[in-house]
Design a protein around this ligand. Structure first.
Ligand SMILES: CC(=O)SCCNC(=O)CCNC(=O)[C@H](O)C(C)(C)COP(=O)(O)OP(=O)(O)OC[C@H]1O[C@@H](n2cnc3c(N)ncnc32)[C@H](O)[C@@H]1OP(=O)(O)O
Ligand SMILES: O=CC(=O)O
Ligand SMILES: [Mg+2]
Length: 719
C-alpha cells in the first residue's frame, strides 16, 4: 500500500496466514489500516502529551508546595484545577451485552500468561481444570518437612494427607446428608441420583441433591462424578486401579477442580517483543489459540509429547441426557498500552506507528476468526460472539474513550457488529483510579472488567509524586491507607456502575509463584473483598485459588459491600511518603533487594527476550518479576536518589555486587551471558543502570522505552 511501509515478514504473516481465514481482501485491509492509523495516531500522540503536561504541573506544584503541610483538600483542589481529577458525573449502569458466563455470572481464578510462550500459553488455556491432588502434593500447602516431606518417589504419608484434605474439601463443598465423605466406601448413581455407600452399611446422598450434575461410565461403577458448587464444577475421579485410587477407601483417584475460568493471553507486562520478528511470534500464537491449531512439542522428564488445546467433553446427566463441560479457559487478549510505537508499520511520514493501535487491529482481526465460527465448532472461545481485549496503563476517561473509538473503528473495518470488542480496563494508573467512574462510563457498552493492577499502580504512585519527597520502604507502601482505599474504591465503583452480573471486578497478581501456602492464607481476601476474579501466576495456583471461590460466595459478599460507604478519595490521595529516618543499613538492604530483582529480571529480558521471570529476592523467595514490578523497583531507587537517601556511587557499587549474585543464580542456564566481569559493555547491565539513573525522566516511570532500546541494540550486536 502506498503510504504505509510494512515489514515484509509481517505482511506475509497477515496476508498468508490470517486474512485467508477471514472474508477481507488484503488491499482493502491495508487501505483501512492506513486511514485508521492516519486518524488515530495524532490523537494517541496528543493523549501522551497531556500525560506529560499534567505530570509537569504536578512536579512543579510539589516543588512549590509542602504537600504534607498544605492539607489534602488543597492538594485535591489543585488536581481538580489542572484537570487531573474530573467530575465523575451522574450515576449509570454499564450495558455490556453478549458477555460469556465465565465473565458475567461466574466467579473464579484468572490465569495470566505471556502469549509469546506457546508452551505456557497452551498450558494456560487448558488450565480450566486442574488436579487438586497434584496441587496439594506438589506445593508447600502441605508441610514440606518431617514425615510429610516430598521424597524422590511417592511419599504415601504425604499422599494420605492429600487425601485427607481432599475429603475435608468434599465435606465443606459437597456435604453428604448425615455423614462425612471419609466414611464412604463407594460412590455410584442409582435411580438418577448420586449415592454414597457408607461403612456402617447405610447409604446416603448429598445434603443438596441438586449439586450432582453428571457422570461418566456405568451407573453402578462410575469413573467420574461431576458436581456444582458456587457455580464451579468439581470432578470426583473414581479409579480404583490407579496408584492413588487403589489405596483410597472409595477408589477416588483424584479430585479435579474447575480452575482458571478465564485466562489473559498477554502481549504486555509479561512479554518482551520489540520488533517485527517478536511481534509476529506473539501474533502467531494468538492466531493458533483462536483457530485451535496451536501445538507445541514439550520435552519433559525424558519424554516428549505434543501439547494441544483441550476439547470440551460430553458426559451423562443423571436423567440420561448429554451434558457438555467446557475444558478451556475463556481467553482475553491483553494489548499493549498507548505509549510505545513499533516500526513493523511505518506511516506515510516514515514514523513508527503506535504499538497499541497495531495490537488492537491485529488481535481483533484474529479474534474475528473466532466470532465467525459456528456455535458447535470444536474450539470456540466466545459462545457469545465477543472478542475480549484488556487494555492496560490507560490514564483517565479520555484515554478510555480513545480506546473505545479505536475499537469502533476496528469493528467497522473488520465488518463486526458494534461492541463486539469488549474492554477490560486495567485500573493501574492513578489518573484512572481517581476517575474510575468516568472511565467506566466511557466504556459502558464494552466494559467487561475493571482490575486492580496494583503493581503498575504502585509504580505510578511513586512516579506521579516523585517530587513530593522520598517514599517509604517498598513493603511499607503496600500497607498504607492509599492502597486499601484503591482496592475498595475499585469494588465500590464497579458495583455502583452495575458490573455485577455483566462484568468482572478483578484483583491483582499473586507474585510469589512458589509460596502457595501463603497464597492460600492471603488470597481468600480477594473474593472476600468482592472480586469475582483475581490473578494467579500458574495453573497450579489457579486450582488452589479456586478453593477460595468454594469457600466464599462472592456475589453474596458483593451484596454486603453494596451497603457500605464508598472508600475515601482523600485516603486514595494520601501519598505513602517516608515519615521516619531510615538507618544506613535499612537503605542498603532495600537497595540490594531492589537491585537484585531489577538485574535478575532485566538480564533475561534483554539477552533472551523473556518478559516474565521468577527471580529470587534477598531472602531467596522467588518473585514473579515483570515490567510492572520493574517499574516499581526502578522508580523507587530513582526516588531515593532524587531525594538524596542514597548516592549514585552507592547504587553503582551495589549493582556491581548484585551482578555477580545474579550471574551465580543463572549459572546453570546455558544461554545466560554473565554481566559482572564487564559491566560497562553489558547491554543488560546498562539497561538496568539507566532504568534507575534516568528513572525520573521516563514517561510516567515506564520501563518499556529503555527495555526496548537495549534489547534492539543487543539483538543487533549478536545478530
Ligand atoms: C503485573 C502483571 O501484569 S502480572 C501479569 C504478568 N505475569 C504473568 O503473566 C505471570 C505468568 N507466569 C509465568 O510466566 C511463570 O509462572 C513464572 C515466570 C512466574 C515462573 O515460571 P517458571 O519458573 O518457569 O515456573 P515453574 O518452573 O515453576 O513452572 C513451569 C511449568 O508451569 C507452567 N506454567 C507456569 N506459569 C504458567 C502460566 N502462567 N500459564 C500456564 N502455564 C504456566 C509451565 O507451562 C511449566 O509447565 P510445563 O513444563 O508442563 O510446560
Ligand atoms: O498488570 C498488572 C499490574 O499489577 O500492573
Ligand atoms: Mg500492569
Amino acid at each position: 500500500m502506498e503510504g504505509l511501509t510494512i515489514n515484509t515478514e509481517f505482511r506475509q504473516f497477515v496476508e498468508d496466514e490470517v486474512l485467508p481465514l477471514t472474508t477481507l481482501s488484503a488491499d482493502q485491509f491495508w487501505e483501512d489500516v492506513q486511514s485508521l492509523v492516519e486518524e488515530f495516531s495524532p490523537i494517541n500522540a496528543a493523549l501522551l502529551a497531556k500525560r506529560d503536561d499534567l505530570q509537569a504541573q504536578i512536579d512543579t506544584w510539589h516543588k512549590q508546595n509542602d504537600y504534607a503541610a498544605v492539607g489534602i483538600e488543597t492538594y485535591q483542589q489543585f488536581l481538580t484545577d489542572i484537570g487531573y481529577l474530573v467530575d465523575e458525573g451522574e450515576d449509570f449502569a454499564i450495558q455490556t451485552n453478549r458477555v460469556d458466563a465465565e465473565i458475567a455470572t461466574m466467579a473464579g481464578p484468572q490465569l495470566v500468561v505471556p502469549m509469546k510462550n506457546a508452551r505456557f500459553a497452551l498450558n494456560a488455556v487448558n488450565a480450566r481444570w486442574g488436579s487438586l491432588y497434584d496441587s496439594l502434593y506438589g506445593t508447600d500447602v502441605i508441610d514440606r518437612s518431617g514425615k510429610l516431606a516430598p521424597t524422590s518417589s511417592y511419599n504415601p504419608e504425604r499422599g494420605q494427607e492429600v487425601i485427607n484434605r481432599g475429603r475435608k474439601f468434599l465435606d465443606e463443598t459437597l456435604p453428604l446428608a448425615g455423614c462425612s465423605h471419609t466414611e464412604v466406601f463407594e460412590y455410584r448413581v442409582e435411580n438418577e441420583q448420586f449415592v454414597a455407600l457408607v461403612n456402617d452399611g447405610s447409604q446416603t446422598g448429598l445434603k443438596q441433591p441438586q449439586q450432582f450434575v453428571a457422570y461418566d461410565g456405568p451407573e453402578a461403577t462410575p469413573t467420574a462424578l461431576f458436581f456444582k458448587h458456587n457455580g464451579l464444577l468439581v470432578e470426583l475421579v473414581i479409579d480404583p486401579n490407579s496408584s492413588i485410587g487403589k489405596a483410597d477407601t472409595a477408589g477416588v483417584g483424584d479430585i479435579r477442580l474447575e480452575s482458571a475460568l478465564t485466562a489473559i493471553m498477554d502481549c504486555e507486562d509479561s512479554v518482551a517483543a520489540v520488533d517485527s520478528e517478536e511481534k509476529i511470534e506473539v501474533y502467531r500464537n494468538c492466531l493458533g489459540l483462536m483457530t485451535g491449531d496451536l501445538e507445541e512439542t514439550v520435552n519433559k522428564g525424558g519424554k516428549s509429547f505434543v501439547r494441544k488445546m483441550q476439547k470440551n467433553t460430553v458426559h451423562t446427566r443423571a436423567d440420561g441426557m448429554r451434558h457438555f463441560i467446557s475444558r478451556r479457559s475463556l481467553m482475553f487478549i491483553r494489548n499493549v498500552g498507548h505509549l510505545m510505537t513499533i516500526n513493523t508499520i511505518r506511516d506515510s511520514h516514515g514514523a513508527a506507528i503506535p504499538e497499541g493501535i497495531l495490537d488492537g487491529i491485529i488481535t481483533a482481526l484474529i479474534g474475528s476468526i473466532d466470532v465467525r465460527k459456528e456455535l458447535d465448532s470444536e474450539i470456540l472461545n466466545s459462545r457469545e460472539g465477543s472478542i475480549y481485549i484488556v487494555k492496560p496503563k490507560m490514564h483517565g476517561p479520555e484515554e478510555v474513550a480513545f480506546t473505545c473509538a479505536l475499537f469502533s473503528r476496528i469493528e467497522q473495518m473488520l465488518g463486526l457488529s458494534a461492541n463486539t470488542i469488549k474492554l477490560g480496563i486495567m485500573d493501574e494508573e492513578r489518573r484512572t483510579t481517581v476517575n474510575l467512574k468516568a472511565c467506566i462510563r466511557e466504556a459502558k457498552h464494552r466494559c467487561v472488567f475493571i482490575n486492580t493492577g496494583f503493581l503498575d499502580r504502585t509504580g505510578d504512585e511513586i512516579h506521579t509524586s516523585m517530587e513530593a519527597g522520598p517514599f517509604m520502604l517498598k513493603d511499607q507502601i503496600k500497607t498504607q491507607p492509599w492502597i486499601a482505599a484503591y482496592e475498595n474504591w475499585n469494588v465500590d465503583i464497579g458495583l455502583a456502575c452495575g458490573l455485577q452480573g455483566r462484568a468482572q471486578i478483578g484483583k491483582g497478581m499473586w507474585a510469589k509463584p512458589d509460596e502457595m501456602a501463603e497464597m492460600m492464607a492471603v488470597k481468600i481476601g480477594h473474593p472476600l473483598a468482592g472480586a469475582n476474579t483475581a490473578w494467579v501466576p500458574s495453573p497450579t495456583a489457579a486450582t488452589l485459588h479456586a478453593m477460595h471461590y468454594h469457600q466464599v460466595d462472592v456475589f453474596a459478599e458483593q451484596e454486603k459491600i453494596k451497603l457500605r460507604d464508598r472508600a475515601s478519595l482523600q485516603d486514595l490521595l494520601t501519598i505513602p511518603l517516608l515519615t521516619e529516618t531510615l538507618t544506613a543499613e535499612q537503605v542498603e538492604q532495600e537497595l540490594e533487594n531492589n537491585i537484585q530483582g531489577i538485574l535478575g529480571y532485566v538480564v533475561r529480558w534483554i539477552d533472551q527476550g523473556i518478559g516474565c521471570s521468577k527471580v529470587p529476592d534477598i531472602n531467596n523467595v522467588g518473585l514473579m518479576e515483570d515490567r510492572a514490578t520493574l517499574r516499581i523497583s526502578s522508580q523507587h531507587i530513582a526516588n531515593w536518589l532524587h531525594h538524596d537517601l542514597c548516592t549514585k556511587a552507592q547504587v553503582l557499587s551495589i549493582m556491581q555486587r548484585m551482578a555477580a549474585v545474579v550471574d551465580e543464580q543463572n549459572q546453570d542456564d546455558p544461554d545466560y551471558r554473565p554481566m559482572a566481569d564487564d559491566t560497562d559493555n553489558n547491554m543488560a547491565f546498562n539497561a538496568a543502570k539507566f532504568l534507575i539513573f534516568l528513572g525520573c525522566d521516563q514517561p510516567n516511570g515506564y520501563t518499556e522505552p529503555l527495555l526496548h532500546h537495549y534489547r534492539i541494540e543487543q539483538k543487533a550486536q549478536f545478530a
